[in-house]
Design a protein around this ligand. Structure first.
Ligand SMILES: Cc1ncc(COP(=O)(O)O)c(C=O)c1O
Length: 404
């Protein structure tokens, strides 16, 4: 049981009031110590050596948070050139960044190689060919050899995923790479995000290792991300130790030393953040409490738009207060603007503070200007200190790239 990941991050009311008084509401708050503990917990769950962890910054691109991963010895997994850009700004060396993305155009591939990225897991034969072509055209300026891998698409384990290269395409991929005097050294597997069933990972290890051995120059296995996070107290949760034990055993039985790469996103960062919001309106519809808050699904799109559950707690009420069926509604009339539906919350009043828990992954990163509400600020708690790590936007952001 992942007890570390199952404890929740609550704020005392006084601390929440103080932070909102200083930084305004709504407010994303990250807990540095909690983040460090989670990084440590995940790192020590896999004893296999050599293993390199790469944080998937698609989940959260805040530079200060990326630096915490860097200081902990993790690299970065980049889904896009933007992820790489942020990673370089956060001080990662290009060799610490693994690109495992999709559908770059030629200019983007040139940019990625110009930045000095050396490990690329490619999603199709045409992306592989493009990478080889660009590498050859730049090879005088790009001195470091590339380490190329393929993203795996094997229907019996990947379902009908659009991503990846089928094993029957491997001979063509090998030939393409050899023509560019490069080697296909890696296989990348991605299980799809938010998977809590540990078995969904462990039961495919054999198949993946057998498939990887079809690559004559195989040197590394990137087992991706997708590891779930226990958003519900009583729900199933991904078991890092079981996963680490089984993966280690399998890799140790290979008759060649293989480097392991793991690129968790959600599991590493979800639990370290809370979105604080204030109640601005309360009404009752029969026995249901309809609470309006000063944030919106555009600030946190996961619950309403993507159907994910995030626990909401009232910081202003005691645990002993009776609870009522409650919808927590955003500050627009968009029909999906719910932060939570059918929650059990005490009777609330205007000005009360609600905490939306576990919003570190795909939270701010998926926020948008839909509904034309500027985004909240982000604050980092460091033991008893706190500091701003992203400014609150104002309305000028709505005009910033418009030409009129
Ligand atoms: C290749 C790859 N690795 C890792 C991740 C991170 O996934 P998760 O947050 O589910 O761990 C993603 C997410 O899109 C991905 O595409």
């Amino acid at each position: 049981m992942n007890s570390q990941l199952q404890t929740r991050n609550y704020f005392p009311l006084e601390q929440a009031q103080q932070l909102l008084a200083i930084y305004g509401s709504p407010l994303y708050i990250y807990d540095r110590d909690r983040l460090r503990q989670t990084i440590y917990y995940i790192t020590q769950a896999i004893s296999y050596s050599p293993t390199q962890f790469h944080f998937a910054s698609v989940t959260n691109g805040n530079i200060t948070l990326l630096q915490i991963f860097r200081e902990a010895g993790w690299g970065l997994h980049a889904n896009t050139p933007g992820d790489i850009y942020l990673g370089l700004c956060a001080g990662f060396q290009p060799q610490q960044i693994v690109y495992s993305g999709s559908n770059l155009n030629r200019a983007e591939m040139e940019q990625v190689l110009h930045w000095g990225i050396t490990t690329l897991n490619l999603d199709s034969l045409s992306q592989l060919q493009l990478c080889c072509e660009v590498y050859q055209s730049l090879s005088s300026s790009h001195t470091l050899p590339l380490q190329l891998g393929l993203r795996l698409n094997q229907p019996e384990i990947n379902g009908d995923s659009r991503i990846g290269v089928r094993p029957e395409e491997f001979p063509q991929a090998i030939a393409l790479t050899q023509q560019a005097k490069l080697k296909l050294k890696g296989l990348h597997f991605y299980r799809g995000t938010g998977t809590n069933a540990t078995k969904a990972f462990t039961q495919v290890i054999d198949t993946i290792l057998n498939t990887a051995q079809q690559l004559p120059d195989w040197e590394y296995l990137d087992f991706g991300g997708g590891f779930g996070y226990p958003y519900r107290y009583d729900g199933a949760t991904f078991d890092w130790h079981l996963f680490g034990k089984e993966l280690t055993e399998h890799l140790q039985h290979l008759n060649q030393p293989i480097k392991l790469i793991i690129e968790p996103g959600r599991a590493a960062i979800a639990g370290c953040a809370t979105l604080l919001t204030r109640v601005v309106s309360v009404k009752w519809q029969d026995s249901k409490q309809i609470v309006g808050v000063d944030t919106t699904v555009a600030n946190l799109s996961v619950p309403a738009v993507h159907g994910g559950y995030r626990e909401i707690v009232s910081l202003s009420s005691s645990n002993t207060n009776p609870c009522f069926l409650t919808d927590v509604c955003g500050n627009t009339t968009y029909s999906r603007d719910y932060l939570g539906r059918n929650c059990q919350l005490p009777e609330l009043a205007i000005g009360d503070i609600l905490a939306i828990l576990d919003v570190g992954a795909y939270g701010y990163a998926m926020s948008s200007h839909f509904l034309h509400r500027p985004r909240p600020a982000e604050v980092l708690l460091e033991s008893k200190e706190h500091r701003l790590i992203r400014k609150r936007e104002d309305y000028s952001v709505l005009l910033s790239s418009q030409v009129f």
